[in-house]
Ligand binder design. Structure first.
Ligand code: TRP
Length: 472
């Protein structure tokens, strides 16, 4: 299978008439094969969203019914949207902002469509700012794992450990800075092909490790309970808001509605099937999230922890499991290292929307990566403070919807529940109604028949229904 994938398309741009100075260090002007694109896209998609966010929001939103809605969102909105974004990116062959401008112009549409690219880039920037703070948490956990601190640890002690971390702004700042530094490093091109290497070797390792964790979780005696929690829908637990959360997460976890997939699509060779590729990426991403759920909830139930614990869920539960399993320190170290890498290959893609745009405007890649990264780092500091010093600062209390939300909560809500769904709706309307179907047919081939009615009618209607019930 792998051989097939490698042989599928060994075209790289050096054999084509493209100026070499356009080569970007992270992502060669074109991905060298479909396999590499899949890996880069999976690297972007698989990250904290799957392993940190999916389990905790599933816990907060009551399990099964939420998971079902999430899967439906992935299938009828996420995948068609991913195809649309990769298609727009490949056709425009520029940054998300640039590609929207190019395609709108080529289709004789209003230049205002570029606003979609701008909002997407802004969303990616905001997400990066807090993503870096959370990704930073993996680092002190690596230190604790290496030093054997988890062995035999109780659920109470892991809770305390996590609270101590959140309570110390300086520690958080150190890890946040380090993580943003790593992101800037790859984005600026310090690690040539680092991305390809990281994703082709580390992603499969993460997958295997998750399987091992699921295997361990199966021995806790609470596996069945976790399976029914995750897969037995209890619709009475479902609210309009949890449907919006599931929808927003479908975008977040697939790196959609934020330019990332458009930016990566711009580097995709012409003869690769966009639709098949998107399906592979979507399926892999979903598998990782479900595996993470299956690894975590048995432990949650076995130790009487709260499923609705919130953002600390994996940091509080997994160390308990590592502390009890044979070779726990080793597995714990490996897990947090791989989680860090998964977050890293995601954060790079978040910065890519902005960096590719600035690059187009004549700013060097290095300057763009450093400037964009530093700006996101600064905004990230407000997230970091909202976890401790500013934890009582809930500036939008006057609106019932935002009551009690800290800055971090607000950034999360604004991006996942507002900006991304809006960008998604606009993209669906653009490719469904404003782009000549002959063009999308040329890009999508036989899949166009299924994709077109979905993106033209089903996705926008589904999005509007979710909006309607949330604004009501
Ligand atoms: N999909 C990644 C995750 O699940 C996060 C991510 C990467 C992302 N790029 C993005 C989220 C762009 C939103 C926008 O962890």
């Amino acid at each position: 299978m792998l051989g097939y994938l490698f042989a599928y398309n060994i075209i790289n741009r050096s054999s084509q008439a493209v100026p070499q100075n356009k080569l970007t260090p992270v992502t060669p002007a074109l991905w060298s094969s479909r396999f590499v694109f899949i890996m880069a896209a999976v690297g972007s998609a698989v990250g904290l969203g799957n392993i940190w966010k999916f389990p905790y929001i599933t816990g907060e939103n009551g399990g099964g019914a939420f998971v079902l809605v999430y899967l439906v969102c992935i299938a009828i909105i996420g995948l068609p949207l991913m195809m649309s974004e990769v298609m727009l990116g490949r056709r425009g062959a520029k940054s998300p902002i640039g590609s929207m401008a190019v395609v709108a112009k080529a289709e004789g549409r209003s230049p205002h469509w570029v606003g979609v690219g701008i909002m997407a880039t802004l969303a990616a920037f905001l997400i990066l700012s807090f993503y870096s703070v959370i990704a930073g948490w993996t680092m002190p956990y690596i230190v604790s794992a290496v030093s054997g601190q988890f062995s035999g640890i109780s659920a109470q002690s892991t809770g305390a450990l996590f609270e101590d971390l959140l309570a110390s702004p300086w520690q958080l700042l150190m890890w946040h800075s380090l993580f943003m530094g790593l992101t800037i490093l790859v984005s600026a091109g310090g690690v040539r092909h680092g991305l390809e290497n990281a994703v082709t070797k580390l992603m499969p390792a993460l997958f295997v490790l998750l399987l091992i964790l699921v295997g361990y979780a199966a021995t806790t005696g609470h596996f069945g309970e976790a399976v029914s929690f995750l897969f037995k829908p209890n619709f009475s637990a479902l609210t309009a808001e949890s449907i919006l959360v599931a929808l927003g997460h479908a975008f977040f976890t697939l790196s959609l509605a934020s330019g990332a997939m458009m930016a990566y699509g711009a580097y995709l060779p012409k003869n690769v099937s966009i639709a098949r590729t998107a399906v592979v990426v979507g399926v892999m991403d979903t598998c990782v999230a479900l595996l993470a759920g299956l690894a975590i909830f048995p432990i949650v139930f076995a130790h009487g922890l709260a499923a609705g614990e919130g953002p600390g869920l994996i940091f509080v539960t997994l160390p308990v499991a590592f502390g009890q399993m044979p070779g726990g320190s080793f597995f714990a170290t490996l897990f947090f290292v791989l989680l860090l890498f998964a977050a890293w290959t995601s954060s790079i893609s978040m910065l890519e929307s902005l960096v590719s745009y600035l690059n187009e405007k004549g700013i060097s890649r290095v300057t763009a990566a450093i400037g964009g990264g530093l700006a996101a780092w600064l905004v990230g500091i407000t997230t970091l403070l909202s976890l401790n010093v500013w934890s009582d600062f809930t500036p939008l209390d006057m609106f019932a919807r935002f009551e009690g939300k800290t800055l971090f909560d607000l950034y999360d809500y604004l991006t996942a529940n507002i900006m991304m769904p809006v960008v998604a709706l606009l993209i669906a309307l653009f490719v469904g109604w404003k782009v000549n179907p002959e063009h999308s047919k040329a890009e999508l081939g036989a899949w166009h028949k299924v994709w077109f009615p979905v993106i033209r009618y089903l996705s926008p209607i589904a999005l509007l229904i979710v909006f309607y019930f949330n604004l009501k």
